[in-house]
Design a protein around this ligand. Structure first.
Ligand SMILES: Cc1ncc(COP(=O)(O)O)c(C=O)c1O
Length: 710
């Protein structure tokens, strides 16, 4: 199987032409179109076909391929069905080598070994995985090698020499060279990267393996310029997908794709008709030259991954860096900057010099009436709601902007759900005079109109994201796409303890001030540690900031409260730790709410800030190790917590924090009066008042028996 790929490159080399590699998403525009489209490509001159395995969150892909993934998923195309299509094509006589291309999570949920074995049985020649980090790549590649199929690594313009060496060492048929920074996508008007020849010769210095260039090839002129740059292969994906989208009928799509491929390759005519269609006659058999002399693959144990980072990149089995190749070295640079900052007292002095601006330390407040109402332990609020901009998010925004300034980045991008992180980022950017772009799901833009207006007043550009479920996860996808395109100028200011390493660590380090202050304040007020700390969990930044300094204090119990939405017995909730399963999303291995086939599912919560299908990897580890417990508050319970806090304490909390209030009251009830429960009041509720005024007159007024005259 790997041999067929090698032979393609050897044959093309002998012919003096680059191999032509085409792409189509399996199941697009419908499952019945895929096999005929593969034949149309082969007939137009495709030497290798990449068959895209649909995934709900394709962070490395531009609009055309994103859209094709969504359409395929609307047809419920699973990995098993993709293999069925390939098997069908092989049964019908397709000879062209086929690579399966996609993201890790659908394969992970199918089972890696089985995924590779079944792929080989279906007739696949190899895999291109967009988001496998080195350790997993080595393991995955050894599974492929056992089955005799290929693992094709990717190299990007930003890939360091050291990583090029590593990636070259694991290539067994060819290397996919990403021609430009950014996502897949093509335009006839945009020229190919002029630095391509240098990139190719940089890689060639380390390996005799053929190089195929993709990303941005749309025309014959592009094809020629890539060939002239010295590439052994040319990959065309988005352009083909766009042609399919623009065609009038399935038949028109086949004709258009066949003609386009023939035009690109200047193929004299259609390929020989597949044997089954030619009744076994008229097929010209060309004796192929032997496969290229690619050195045999080294034994997996002898492979070295890139130099290990200095910060721990994993929390037990969770964490890591599951990102497109273009981001790997940017993450290494960020890790280095954070590591240097951690060890530099001047950095922390600078961070603390902004405490006056943030309004730190935040107060520890004894919620006497709420405690009395609960009838058990004392309940204390850590008043992050009184921070500048109204939530804990400002701690992280200021910290990361100071890091970004160290890296010389002038443009800041962020994602936001509730809008609080967007507001904190826009505020910090205004304070430091930096350009600010905030991605926000279109649905959240609607739900949090006031925060959108606030961000725009502060000078930020707010970009509504209309893909996928139009919520936080889609905003993160879009922010990652922006980052991968604009790495040299831009810092991605991730708003929660999520994403690829080192983000979960960076965000935690800027939020741990919450727990550190609680420890000190409790000692001053009561001369002891708290007995319990409680925080709501969306991505998990306020919770990990609250927990971190207590992890090594076994006497302090840690409770996270997730959003239970309509209830954990329904499909509408965001209780990721309670009900999720491990997988990979947004560059990190953690608990996820996903379908049995590894697609990320839509979540629901009354609070936009908790409406996320993943969770920070450190929480996944704290859960599995048993050090922290995670409980759930439904929308109704959060509203009850909201009302209690508002009416008993005269403090209107954020709906996110209201989940923690409900949880803290339930816990306090069970504890003796001398114990102390501290909850992180992560934000204030001004942003939610309009939403409450809209929903209360309906079913909630009766359910909660809370009738307010307008
Ligand atoms: C007030 C408030 N609390 C909590 C959260 C949840 O985020 P995290 O889990 O990262 O603290 C948000 C998110 O927007 C928020 O605005």
């Amino acid at each position: 199987m790997t041999e067929s790929l090698k032979r393609v490159f050897a044959t093309k080399k002998a012919q003096g032409a680059p191999a032509f590699v085409t792409f189509v998403t399996a199941g697009y525009p419908s499952p019945t179109d895929t096999v005929p489209l593969m034949f149309a490509m082969a007939q137009g001159g495709a030497d290798i076909i990449e068959l895209g395995v649909p995934f709900s969150d394709p962070i490395a892909d531009g609009p055309a391929i994103q859209d094709s993934n969504n359409v395929a998923l609307q047809h419920d195309v699973s990995y098993a069905q993709v293999l069925g299509m390939l098997k069908d094509a092989r049964n019908k006589g397709l000879q062209t080598p086929v690579l399966l291309m996609g993201y890790y999570n659908p394969l992970l949920s199918y089972g890696e070994e089985k995924a590779v074995q079944d792929a080989r049985e279906a007739g696949a020649n190899g895999f291109i995985m967009v988001d496998l980090p080195p350790e997993e790549a080595i393991r995955f590649r050894s599974i492929c090698a056992k089955e005799g199929i290929s693992y094709v690594p990717l190299v990007a313009p930003s890939t360091s020499l050291q990583r090029i060496k590593f990636l070259a060492s694991i290539a067994d048929s060819f290397i996919y060279v990403v021609s430009k920074m950014g996502t897949t996508g093509s335009s006839a008007e945009v020229a190919m990267n002029v630095e391509l020849p240098q990139l190719l010769s940089r890689i060639r210095a380390y390996t005799p393996v053929p190089l195929a260039v993709g990303f941005g090839v749309a025309t014959r002129a592009h094809f020629e310029s890539v060939a002239a740059a010295g590439s052994d292969g040319v990959v065309v994906g988005s352009r083909i997908v766009s042609l399919i989208k623009g065609s009038k009928s399935p038949k028109d799509a086949l004709d258009t794709v066949r003609a386009f491929c023939a035009e690109l390759t200047q193929h004299a005519g259609a390929m020989p008709t597949p044997p089954h269609l030619a009744n076994g006659a008229g097929v010209q058999v060309v004796q192929p030259p032997p496969a290229l002399p690619i050195p045999p693959a080294p034994a997996p144990d002898s492979l070295k991954v890139t130099e290990a980072g200095h910060l721990p990149g994993r929390f037990g089995a969770f964490g890591g860096q599951y990102v497109p190749e273009a981001l790997v070295d940017a993450l290494a640079e960020l890790e280095q900057a954070h590591l240097t900052a951690l060890a530099d007292p001047e950095f922390w002095k600078e961070f603390e010099s902004f405490y006056g601006y943030i309004n730190r330390p935040s107060r520890l407040y004894h919620a006497e009436r709420l405690s009395k109402h609960a009838g058990g332990a004392n309940i204390w609020f850590k008043r992050e709601d009184l921070n500048h901009t109204g939530s804990h998010k400002i701690n992280n925004a200021i910290g990361q902007i100071l890091l970004a300034r160290r890296l010389g980045k002038k443009r800041i991008i962020a994602e936001t759900g509730a809008g609080q992180h967007g507001v904190a980022t826009a505020t910090a950017c205004a304070r430091f005079g930096l350009e600010c772009v905030v991605y926000m799901g279109a649905e959240d833009v609607r739900r949090q109109a006031l925060n959108v207006f606030r961000m725009r007043m502060l000078g930020a550009k707010v970009i509504p994201v209309n893909s996928g479920s139009k919520t936080l996860k889609d905003a993160i996808n879009e922010a990652m796409r922006d980052w991968v395109t604009n790495l040299s100028t831009t810092h991605y200011l991730v708003g929660s303890a999520i994403g690829p390493h080192p983000f979960p660590t960076i965000v935690r380090d800027f939020q741990r001030v919450i727990g550190r202050e609680i420890k000190q304040q409790m000692a001053e007020i009561k001369g002891k540690l708290p007995d319990v700390v409680v925080a709501c969990v969306g991505g998990g930044s306020n919770a990990i900031g609250t927990f971190y300094d207590f992890i090594q204090e076994p006497g302090v119990r840690l409770f996270g409260v997730e959003a239970g939405g309509d209830g954990v017995d329904t499909q509408r909730h965001s209780a990721t730790l309670a009900l999720g399963t491990p997988g990979v999303l947004h560059g990190v291995r953690t608990y996820l709410l996903q379908s049995p086939t590894g697609q990320i599912i839509e979540t629901h919560s009354i609070s936009a800030g908790l409406d996320y299908p993943g969770v920070g990897p450190e929480h996944a580890w704290l859960k599995d190790s048993g050090r922290a417990q995670y409980i759930v508050a439904t929308d109704e319970e959060a509203l009850r917590g909201f009302r209690m806090c508002t009416q008993l304490e005269g403090i209107i909390p954020a709906l996110e924090s209201a989940h923690a209030i409900w949880g803290a009251v339930q816990i306090a009830k069970t504890l003796p009066k001398e114990q102390d429960v501290v909850l992180c009041l992560s934000g204030r509720g001004d942003k939610d008042v309009e939403q409450i005024s809209e929903i209360l007159p309906g079913k909630w007024a009766d359910k909660l028996d809370w009738h307010i005259e307008m």
